[in-house]
Design a protein around this ligand. Structure first.
Ligand code: PEP
Ligand code: CO
Length: 468
């Protein structure tokens, strides 16, 4: 298919869309939550509309260009962060550690894949969560009580009482403020040399000495980290200036664009550019539960200039996927669309190939990314939500194989991770078992890979892809 749109595509897109057209969508009332306080909602939206943007259109355009490169196999995208950020956990140590693990993973991938890596954090706005049910019922003093589910700190509060669970529009302003503080700190860290690769802690992988991995694997990790450190030392010898240029680090932000009031309020025209940009983040994505073709999320995200991600689960049919691609990227623009597959370890080999082949055969431009987290949730006998490191790794490896078979490009990965020593996922070299889960389980939402599990996964992915 040519990159040229048909006339009807272009005019339909331009004619019918506006930043608020999603609210006239027949199923807009199906957004899972409702704000009962209408005047509060109007005030919060007005305030957010006046506040300055969190990101700029030129950063967004730069990311779009990098996604286009990744589509062509010239670059790789590493996306990762919390399942749900929490306003109370907007803390310097947690932000720093999240940046550090993403940076370390990216270095390992640069080395293994021999190509540049773009880092995208699930941060500075990952505050809204879709739920499988709009309400939650609990027994309180022997009586059954039903309240709205917790939709993340951008919408309501976790405590199970009526006031906390009622969607509060001012939380959108609070979320914006904390996203701004997070971003401000990240920008200062990067400007101030946080990503300076001379810092010894980036190369201290001594914890692998005690990890319960095979001797072969331990030797491979140590060998890779030694080669990496040697490479940096070599560049350093070339002169300070060269190292700084070569290792200048960009970070981009992403979040699930669940709350369309929030997204709309930050969606604007900017001088000297055509169209509207959602300036709350560089890369918003649409979740698996909100990608109905006639739904409000597709309506909103089809009209903005940002690259947009969409989750693709095992129920997706090839025809539906083509319709979704055409709705979100009618001009078939490279770098505009990220298809984030999240099939599950038992389904990926069965479901992914037909989608890859169809998109390939129809000539649609999209970046394929693998999210090996969201199809692999399990609940232990004692009721704790977890994921197994081996399942996550296996889905990733199978996705690599499916792309190889189809002759398509796996251009990125999407993880839920943290830079902390949490015990939320089982397995990996740190040997976390079901019995360890309660030791440091912090996530209010999905379980994340901890620091060591994340880095180990980076090594294994680099090894798998580097050998292909
Ligand atoms: C998520 O990324 O946190 C999420 C809810 O994913 P999905 O929409 O794929 O279930
Ligand atoms: Co999640």
């Amino acid at each position: 298919m040519s990159d040229k749109p048909t006339n009807s595509m272009m005019t339909d897109n331009a004619r019918d869309w506006s930043p608020e057209s999603w609210s006239r969508c027949a199923s807009a009332s199906e957004m899972q939550f409702r704000y009962p306080d209408e005047s509060g909602l109007a005030a919060a939206r007005a305030r957010l509309t006046q506040l300055p943007p969190l990101v700029t259109s030129w950063e967004i355009e730069k990311l779009r260009e990098q996604i286009a490169q990744a589509q062509r196999g010239e670059r790789f995208i590493l996306q990762g962060g919390d399942c749900a950020e929490m306003i109370d956990l907007c803390r310097s140590d947690l932000i720093t550690n999240k940046l550090k693990i993403l940076l370390q993973m990216s270095l390992v991938l640069i080395h293994g894949l021999r190509m540049p890596v773009t880092r995208v954090g699930r941060f500075a706005g990952q505050y809204a969560k879709p739920r499988s049910s709009p309400t939650e019922t609990k027994q309180i003093n022997g009586e059954s009580c039903t309240l709205p589910s917790y939709f993340g700190d951008l919408v309501n509060r976790i405590d199970f009482d009526e006031q906390s669970r009622t969607p509060d529009p001012m939380l959108m302003v609070e979320g914006y403020m904390h996203a701004a503080m997070t971003l401000n700190f990240i920008r200062s860290l990067l400007d101030g040399g946080f990503a300076d690769l001379h810092h010894p802690e980036y190369w201290d992988l001594s914890f692998f000495n005690n990890a319960s991995v095979s001797d072969l694997r331990r030797a491979q990790y140590l060998n890779m980290s030694r080669t990496l450190a040697d490479g940096i030392a070599f560049m350093q010898n070339l002169g300070e200036q060269r190292v700084e240029e070569a290792t200048r680090v960009d970070f981009y932000t992403s979040h699930e664009g669940l709350n369309l009031y929030y997204e709309q309020a930050q969606t604007r025209k900017v001088p000297r550019r055509e169209g509207y940009y959602d300036l709350s983040t560089h890369l918003p994505w649409i979740g698996e539960r909100n990608r109905q073709l006639d739904g409000p999320h597709i309506e909103f995200f089809r009209g903005i200039k940002n690259p947009v991600g969409v989750k693709v689960g095992p129920g997706m049919q090839p025809d539906e996927l083509i319709a979704l691609i055409d709705a979100l990227n009618p001009n078939n623009t490279p770098g505009k669309l990220v298809l984030i597959t999240r099939m599950g370890v038992g389904k990926v080999a069965d479901k992914l190939p037909a989608l890859l082949e169809r998109v390939r055969d129809e000539g649609r431009h999209a970046l394929w990314m693998s999210d090996p987290m969201h199809g692999n949730g399990i609940t232990t006998a004692s009721g704790i939500k977890t994921r197994s490191f081996d399942d996550i790794l296996s889905e990733l490896e199978q996705a690599v194989d499916c792309h190889k078979q189809a002759g398509t490009v796996l251009g990125g990965v999407h993880f839920e991770l943290t830079g902390e020593d949490v015990t939320e996922c089982i397995g990996g070299g740190s040997g976390i078992t079901e019995d360890d889960l309660s030791r440091n389980y912090v996530s209010l939402c999905d379980p994340r890979l901890n620091y060591q599990q994340s880095l180990e996964l980076g090594f294994l992915l680099a090894q798998k892809m580097g050998n292909e």
